[in-house]
Design a protein around this ligand. Structure first.
Ligand code: PMP
Ligand code: GLN
Length: 393
């Protein structure tokens, strides 16, 4: 306290340490297997790592890169959007490189919101959404994805989404493939979101960092729907796709006026970042299709390995169609409180997981949900499952 008031401003009151930092620290402290924070325990392709070393040695990116990102990367991003999704973007005016998707989300909120604007986000939501909306003075309006026990997946209720829009709604912050539930919105669901955004004249910010991690169905960018190109800020990142989460290379693609708005905020956050890594990611985006296919099939196999193991250990398991996370329910163990469960799990069996309950405004909706990641070596997943089997006894 100084001057009789708390040091942390009121917008950030209640935002303590992120759950990922808390649980990773717990894993280190207890020597547990960390199936909590989503980072792979194997680095991405050697040739991409070497491309970064080459850039460092050749003096490419060791000084401030251009504000919007190096031209090689902006062109590679535009080519990727065209090749994969048929979306055209001018690399000079419609692409912006950011310090991971995290900065892109923050810059988009700071650029596009006025205090009091409402932002609809799918709940459970990625933790930075709540903080960024708050920092921008916006108001979060969650729409809850509900577990559907028949299909073993989470579903978006389009009626609830529609009902959440008010005259104060400025934008929808849409994450698909969705962390933590693994939901991949279908073409029909996305079409309905697009229709709603056009009808109510809303912006949409899409978080597509798991675009290459879809095991069932397909990833379709919302920007490709009629009327959406001009009102969508599409965000993605290299971290998950290429298994270099520490490089923090992300990007925005959107119309020139939207990119210009987001860039205005971004330039006063980091200005620029990750110089040499930008060159390496430009090469990564041009890897042959076989890279993306192998990556996906490897992770699909890991999903099944962990999913089967968790089920055998006694968890109720929801089937992720995308991402590298599995949401489970701990009710079969007679447990109700995911946070307490996750804090005790290292002591009980040497495994760390993430309580989904912290990603909800509605304290009851996710109280008994626990998330595990499967972006780990097979041996680690097998060992974790073995240890978790002890829970039932
Ligand atoms: N959005 C979602 C849904 C995520 O899971 C993550 C974590 N990778 C991010 C954004 C942040 O991505 P980055 O590491 O590129 O900042
Ligand atoms: N996206 C990662 C996850 O959901 C964590 C990133 C972070 O620690 N901020 O596990």
């Amino acid at each position: 306290m100084t001057q009789g008031r708390p040091l942390l401003n009121r917008r950030l009151a209640g935002f303590g340490t992120t759950i990922f930092a808390e649980m990773s620290a717990l894993a280190v402290r207890t020597g547990s297997l960390n199936l909590g924070q989503g980072f792979p325990d194997t680095d991405g392709p050697d040739e991409i790592r070497e491309a970064a070393v080459r850039a460092l040695r050749d003096g490419r990116g060791n000084q401030y890169p251009p504000g919007p990102g190096v031209p090689e990367l902006r062109t590679a991003i535009a080519d990727h959007q065209l090749r994969r999704y048929g979306l055209t973007h001018d690399p000079d005016t419609e692409v912006l490189v950011t310090a991971g998707a995290t900065e892109a989300i923050a810059a988009a909120m700071l650029a596009l919101l006025e205090p009091g604007d409402e932002v609809i986000a799918l709940e459970p939501y990625y933790d930075s959404y709540a903080a960024c909306i708050a920092m921008a003075g916006g108001t979060r309006v969650p729409v809850t994805l509900r577990p559907d026990r028949d299909t073993g997946t989470f579903r978006l209720d389009l009626g609830e989404l529609r009902a959440a829009v008010t005259p104060r709604t400025r934008l929808i912050l849409l994450n698909t493939p969705h962390n933590p539930t693994g939901t991949v919105l279908t073409r029909e669901e996305l079409a309905a979101v697009a229709t709603l955004a056009c009808e109510r004249d809303l912006l949409v910010v899409t978080d597509e960092v798991y675009e290459h991690l879809v095991f069932e169905g397909e990833h379709i960018p919302l920007a490709s729907f009629p009327g959406m190109r001009e009102r969508t800020v599409s965000i993605s990142s290299a971290g998950k796709t290429f298994s270099f989460t520490g490089w923090k290379v992300g990007w925005v693609t959107a119309s020139a006026p939207l990119v210009s708005a987001v860039r205005t905020a971004k330039q006063y956050l980091t200005y620029v970042s990750a110089g040499p890594f930008q060159y390496a990611i430009a090469e990564a985006l041009r890897l042959p299709d076989s890279y993306f296919e192998n990556f996906r099939s490897d992770l699909r196999r890991k999903r099944d390995l962990l999913g089967d193991g968790l089920r055998a250990a006694g968890f109720e398991v929801y089937r992720p169609r995308g991402t590298y996370f599995i949401t489970t329910d701990i009710t079969p163990f007679g447990e109700k409180d995911a946070y307490a469960f996750c804090r005790a799990l290292p002591e009980r069996c040497g495994v760390v997981a993430i309580p989904n309950s912290v990603f909800y405004d509605d304290p009851d909706a996710g109280r008994s949900q626990v998330r595990f990641t499967f972006c780990k070596k097979d041996d680690v997943l097998r060992e974790a499952v073995d240890r978790l089997r002890g829970l039932a006894s």
